[in-house]
Design a binder for this molecule. Structure first.
Ligand SMILES: [Zn+2]
Length: 507
């Protein structure tokens, strides 16, 4: 009892401090997660408690020295609370792009920051800070010698234990995501793009190539490949469509697979080199106009490759794949249409958010063909069929998306090709696993769809004949880089024609 009396003020202060920090900062990362059952809520509540406990450890050490606390905590609390405000109101994820924008002070403009609710929030944060400091003065014990320090060490240990068991459990949420984004901002890019000789050329200067880079779409859920559901109602009615059934990649994580697809790196390379040729650099040298339109956050591992496009347009660089508000891929269609009209020898990439979990956020209501769908982010509490229904609905939406792109390209009446390739597949309950980026054969067969115009067929009949004939062969994801360079007949530059699906003897 004496013990409690002695440390009463200190315990009371830290409880209050953590309660305020939880409401302004940590809880915001949980606010938008769709959950349905009592069990879901309980699991995420425990998740939140552990995260808050780990942050308590940091706050405790900060509070040992009063000067460090007044200065350090003020900066931390105000900046993290502002990020909490974005998270609550707009579900914006903190990313390197956001840190960049803060440093460039463009954030104020781009997210329309100054509003009445924001000013009220800012005022409340100031009041709470004043209140915290007032209570802090009442803590009379030596915090360094208080037994509470053991709890603080335990809190920090919790962070390391949980992150080592499952990376990003805490790191993808506030406050940790903010610290990591700042670190990432100051880090150098690992990837070095090799320069291209100026004598690189091409004899084919009249192809309009539209590349749709997909996300998490597995080949066997396409109606075009014999799936028993109508996931391709539009494309299956089209002429000049080819669907590859046996594309293979062992790289089931976007970070690795996108980098490999867009460079000379092979899926078989055991040691992944960080000095690569970007496909876009080669195309630029061959006088193709390269443009990138993205609806997906740029990841550091392949950012320099994206930047090697002549034009880069991101739909919303502050919205990441982790956000729960809908960022539909259709948002890319208007910028795509305006770029498409410019010229003929061009290579346009559309980078989709595609079928990345959480599936319900990836398509609009009119494509909800299969029900019941998922109503919670907590996978174990869902019926497998709910998840598969939601996933298949994203494919019906994809079918519509690709069909719309083809319609636009068709109207140009140019020698055009639309090629869709997903970065990897997805596991849908096989072996008790879900999603991707974990070991399973089911995520290694991504979807690939090709459409060509009649004009292209007349001009390059042999290439089209080959791309049709190869559709059921086992094709390694290495094909992409080499096939494009082969189709464009790039000269004075080394690549492997044997890996081109536009050659009949593809092995
Ligand atoms: Zn991916």
């Amino acid at each position: 009892m004496n013990f409690f009396k002695k440390y009463k003020q200190q315990i009371y202060f830290h409880l209050l401090l953590n309660l305020i920090v939880a409401f302004c900062i940590t809880l915001s990362s949980y606010y938008h997660i769709p959950l349905s059952s009592f069990k879901d809520y309980s699991i995420y509540f425990i998740h939140f408690l552990l995260l808050q406990f780990s942050f308590f450890g940091i706050l405790y050490f900060l509070s040992i020295n009063k000067y460090v606390f007044y200065f350090g905590f003020s900066i931390l609390f105000i900046s993290l609370s502002l990020l909490g405000f974005y998270k609550y109101s707009l579900d914006l994820s903190v990313t390197k792009s956001m840190v960049e924008a803060i440093f460039e002070t463009s954030l104020l403009v781009s997210v329309d920051l100054v509003s009445i609710p924001f000013l009220i929030y800012l005022f409340s944060v100031g009041l709470m800070l004043y209140f915290i400091f007032k209570k802090y003065k009442n803590v009379k014990v030596n915090q360094l010698k208080s037994p509470l320090i053991v709890l603080a060490v335990l809190g920090i240990a919790t962070y390391y234990i949980i992150e080592s068991k499952r990376h990003n459990t805490f790191d993808s949420r506030l406050p940790y995501v903010a610290f990591n984004s700042v670190v990432e901002f100051f880090e150098e890019d690992d990837l070095q793009l090799l320069p291209i000789n100026s004598d690189v050329n091409t004899s084919v200067k009249d192809i309009n190539f539209v590349f749709i880079l997909g996300e998490s779409v597995r080949a066997d859920h396409l109606q075009l490949n014999g799936y028993n559901r109508e996931t391709n109602p539009k494309l299956s009615k089209r002429e000049n469509i080819i669907s590859y059934s046996d594309l293979y990649t062992p790289l089931t994580h976007t970070v690795a697979s996108v980098k490999q697809l867009l460079t000379n790196q092979s899926v078989d390379d055991i040691v992944k080199s960080n000095e690569v040729y970007s496909l876009f650099s080669v195309l630029n040298a061959a006088e193709y106009k390269t443009s990138w339109i993205g609806n997906s956050t740029i990841v550091k591992s392949y950012a320099p490759i994206i930047r090697s496009n002549q034009e880069v347009k991101l739909i919303d660089k502050f919205r990441s794949i982790m956000s729960f508000n809908k960022a539909l891929d259709e948002d890319m269609l208007a910028p795509f249409d305006s770029i498409l009209k410019i010229c003929e020898n061009q290579f346009i990439t559309l980078h989709m958010t595609g079928s990345h979990w959480y599936y319900e956020n990836r398509y609009s209501d009119e494509f909800r063909k299969y029900t019941p769908v998922t109503d919670s982010k907590h996978i174990p509490s869902l019926e497998p069929q709910q998840i598969i229904n939601s996933y298949d609905n994203t494919l019906v939406y994809l079918d519509h998306f690709i069909d719309t792109v083809i319609s636009s390209v068709e109207k140009t009446q140019t020698k055009s090709i639309v090629m869709y390739v997903s970065d990897h597949g997805e596991i849908l309950g096989e072996e008790g696993k879900w999603l991707h980026a974990q070991e399973s054969e089911f995520s290694k067969n991504p979807a690939m769809i090709v459409w060509y115009s009649d004009e292209l067929l007349s001009a390059y009949p042999e290439a089209i004949k080959a791309v049709k004939e190869n559709q059921h062969k086992r094709v390694s994801a290495d094909f992409f880089y080499h096939s494009i360079l082969d189709l464009f007949q790039v000269q004075n530059f080394d690549y492997d024609k044997n890996k081109s699906v536009f050659k009949e003897d593809y092995y």
